[in-house]
Write a protein that binds this ligand. Structure first.
Ligand SMILES: Nc1ncnc2c1ncn2[C@@H]1O[C@H](COP(=O)(O)OP(=O)(O)OP(=O)(O)O)[C@@H](O)[C@H]1O
Length: 231
């Protein structure tokens, strides 16, 4: 059996809020396999985003062990973590975070250029265009974000997240700003691309109908992560 993309064991996260220390993640274990889509649901403030922060190395766990794509991320310094994020991770946010002055193609190309600076520019452009084609935006390459619908902007975000072929795609409420139908379309594209390429996906969502489309559903409650028993 291939090694999991994410192997996290006994993760605890304490954060300071003024004089008090909050226990945000409590003995979290998580294994994510290549090509598998896992959804996390749970109440607001239960620790879902915090878990994504820890898995991406943006927040350091207080205890526990985390291996992502074969790398023990606790051993990496800030510079190594930045390289790890560029090479192994794709991240999709609720707010699309596109650069407003760059076209769809330039937004995706810029990410690839940063991740793989040695690639020749024509190859960067053709891979960025292919990623936009994969999300159905081949006819929108030269549009600025302001000339794209919300769903199209999030598809540019998805193209940007997958253009470097990450092993792990982290998506935090990626459909939160979209209507139900548009959101479902983005999710289907995302799941299809990930399954085809063997990317592991961790999706945070408040929408039970989207969570149901995942291979596995987990529930975060007060920092505890458990299997979700579907209603
Ligand atoms: N930098 C921080 N310092 C102190 N506390 C924090 C910090 N970031 C998050 N928290 C707290 O950690 C808890 C978990 O937050 P988190 O954002 O992970 O929840 P969530 O489940 O993603 O919520 P939501 O569904 O509303 O996005 C919350 O109580 C939050 O106030």
């Amino acid at each position: 059996m291939p090694a999991p993309v994410v192997d996290a064991k006994g993760i605890n996260l304490h954060l300071k809020s003024g004089a008090t220390s909050l226990h945000i993640l409590r003995d979290v274990d998580l294994t994510l396999l290549s090509g598998e889509v896992t959804a996390i649901v749970g109440p607001s403030g239960s620790g879902k985003t915090s878990l994504l922060m820890v898995l991406s190395g943006l927040e350091q766990a207080s205890s526990g062990a985390i291996t992502v794509a074969g790398t023990d991320i606790a051993r990496l310094n800030e510079d190594q973590l930045a390289i790890f994020r560029r090479n192994a991770l794709g991240i999709l946010f609720q707010n699309f975070h596109l650069i407003p002055s760059l076209t769809a193609l330039e937004n995706v190309a810029l990410t690839l250029e940063i991740a793989e600076p040695s690639l020749p520019w024509p190859e960067i452009q053709s891979r960025a265009a292919a990623a936009l084609g994969d999300v159905g935006l081949a006819a929108r390459l030269t549009h600025l974000p302001s000339a794209l619908s919300g769903g199209e902007q999030q598809r540019v975000g998805l193209a940007r997240a997958i253009v470097g072929n990450p092993k792990l795609l982290l998506a935090d409420e990626p459909t939160g700003n979209l209507d139900q139908e548009t959101g479902a379309h983005v999710i289907e594209l995302m799941f299809g691309i990930a399954r085809e390429r063997g990317t592991a996906i961790l999706l945070i969502t408040h929408d039970p109908s989207l969570a149901k489309k995942a291979d596995r559903q987990l529930r975060m409650n007060e920092g505890h992560l458990s299997e979700r028993v579907p209603a």
